[in-house]
Design a protein around this ligand. Sequence first.
Ligand SMILES: Nc1ncnc2c1ncn2[C@@H]1O[C@H](COP(=O)(O)OP(=O)(O)O)[C@@H](O)[C@H]1O
Ligand SMILES: [Mg+2]
Length: 354
Amino acid sequence: MGAIKLENIEKIYPNGHHAIKGISLDIKEGEFLVLVGPSGCGKSTLLRTIAGLEGITSGDIHIGENKVNDVSPAKRNIAMVFQNYALYPHMSVYKNMAYGLKNRGVGKDIIDEKVKDAAKLLRLGDYLNRKPSQLSGGQRQRVAMGRAIVRDPKAFLFDEPLSNLDAKLRVQMRNEIKTLQRTLKTTSVYVTHDQTEAMTLADRLAVVNGGIVEQIGTPIEIYDRPESVFVASFIGSSSMNFIDGKIENNTLCFGDYQFNLNNSPEHQGKVSIGIRPEHFYRSSEYTHRVDFSINMLEPLGADTLVHGKVSGSDTTVIARLNRAYPSDGPMSLPLYFQESELHLFDPETGKRVS
Ligand SMILES: Nc1ncnc2c1ncn2[C@@H]1O[C@H](COP(=O)(O)OP(=O)(O)O)[C@@H](O)[C@H]1O
Ligand SMILES: [Mg+2]
């Protein structure tokens, strides 16, 4: 059983730094869970506590049936894949993959079978005699994966394994890791600060901020219904826009506009209105209209990010228009949105109000 259960984990480092402030997570057998959050939020610390490389100050960690708080890293039977592959440079690919098994006294024939199976799965069959220096970055990453796979661990832990690769290779390896995990169905916890990586890999993602989990859910649940300004601005690319407004009874006011809300929150007064760039439309089939003056165009090919302002508001807003917007097009235009794609937050607490 490879389920992982974290109960109210706290981690205070010896220097007094409170890195994890009470995190509970139920990671299901076979699940791919991604921990995503900005640098310094505690992702690596949490992963290292699961691996046993870092002790916890309080709480409980269960792997499968066992409470592992006091179990050594080697006995937890989980495999960690790092960003700097940590391959032995003087050893061949084969020996790199075999090393851990050999150390445990596994027989030669079994090692040979496991290494060859993993090499096949990872398309490394032709490279088994090479040294790491004779491999591309992607191949090295695969060797690191292979070393983890041959051990048949209960879980894989990944700490930003792709951050050393260039953008194109990162996308390729991301897809390989996803396919591999779906094939092996090994419980995986994957740490990244990259929201795209998180969205594309995760069965569920946990958004971490300042040592706590702000929200956990499937990528789409989190994209559709972020529970806080932090999550709303962290997940989604380009980032969500926020416009200051207010709610009076059933009316939402911002810039020069007032709209009747069908679903009016209890919250009254100042509100932070979140709207994603892709939720501005040029088509009048969407009921709510604003006038938009353009400051700058960011053409991306398929779409254009149009920077500008809603009439009567000083905040710069980005609209993603789904066709190349011509550079000699009009500098002001009507844009449309719909209430169901607005996200309303309390500006004081940062929490969602509707
Ligand atoms: N050994 C340590 N001693 C004290 N503070 C640490 C130690 N390791 C990490 N930290 C601090 O704990 C916080 C979380 O670090 P880390 O888990 O590495 O974050 P992340 O992986 O999300 O970037 C950071 O503020 C970091 O400086
Ligand atoms: Mg880290």
